[in-house]
Design a protein around this ligand. Structure first.
Ligand SMILES: Nc1nc2c(ncn2[C@@H]2O[C@H](COP(=O)(O)OP(=O)(O)OP(=O)(O)O)[C@@H](O)[C@H]2O)c(=O)[nH]1
Ligand SMILES: [Mg+2]
Length: 212
């Protein structure tokens, strides 16, 4: 499928310990969020067709830093640290939750949020919190129900329909799709959404020579 942006060209830019260390807040950014072990890094690798771009692990909570990737200048993907990992001390958890909320609410270049949830365990408290934050600042959300290969097709469809029904309660711009890095399902839905978010022109790009 032809896409507007060449996601295979995505490259790693930097890791940041918190949002204050992110580069200048310009251009367009799309963030990947989700519970620890939901499959964020795997999805990024699938999207970009690069096995080792984002590290994947069987040990939850591995991605502790905000990882920044660039598709092209002014178009970035952000792999946020997984939340909800039980082994992390309470204080660290609260710190991250606050940082995530701050990022969602203050980052101007953030134009879309992809929330990954294991299709077998969707809409946990922190997932709902992320969605609420995004809706409160009018950021559109794409929910990917990951590891869809773990369910048979009937159960998968039923779960997809259920979550689609459940998210109506948030009254926001929220799309829900099934996704599997293993089977490459839902990748077209993801790129379609990213194209629409990244395809918007930014303020800087709006300034034509005539306007100067
Ligand atoms: N069956 C199946 N397993 C998957 C899929 N995507 C990821 N996994 C597995 O789930 C585990 C976690 O995947 P990651 O991509 O590392 O998850 P993450 O959300 O980045 O996790 P943290 O960075 O620790 O928060 C790994 O063992 C993956 O191999 C999928 O589509 N299908
Ligand atoms: Mg990860």
């Amino acid at each position: 499928m032809a896409t507007l942006f060449n996601y295979h060209m995505t490259h790693f830019v930097m890791s940041a310990p918190d949002i204050r260390h992110l580069p200048t807040d310009a251009g367009i950014e799309v963030a990947f969020a989700g519970r620890s072990n939901a499959g964020k890094s795997s999805a990024l690798n699938t999207l970009t067709n690069q096995k080792g771009l984002a590290r994947t692990s069987k040990t939850p909570g591995r991605t502790q830093l905000i990882n920044l990737f660039e598709i092209e200048p002014e178009r970035r993907l952000v792999d946020l640290p997984g939340y909800g990992y039980a082994e992390v001390p309470e204080e660290v958890k609260l710190h991250w939750q606050r940082a995530l909320g701050e990022y969602l609410q203050k980052r101007n270049s953030l134009k879309g949020l992809v929330v990954m949830m294991d299709i077998r365990h969707p809409l946990k408290d922190l997932d709902q919190q992320m969605i609420k934050w995004a809706v409160s600042v009018a950021i559109p959300v794409l929910i990917l129900l990951t590891k869809a290969d773990k369910l048979a097709s009937g159960a998968r469809k039923a779960q997809l329909n259920q979550v689609r029904k459940d998210v109506l309660a948030f009254t926001g711009d929220i799309q829900v799709e099934a996704f599997s890095s293993l089977k490459k399902t839902g990748v077209d839905k993801l790129t379609e959404k990213l194209d629409s978010w990244f395809g918007e022109t930014t303020q800087a790009e709006d300034i034509t020579p005539d306007a100067l």
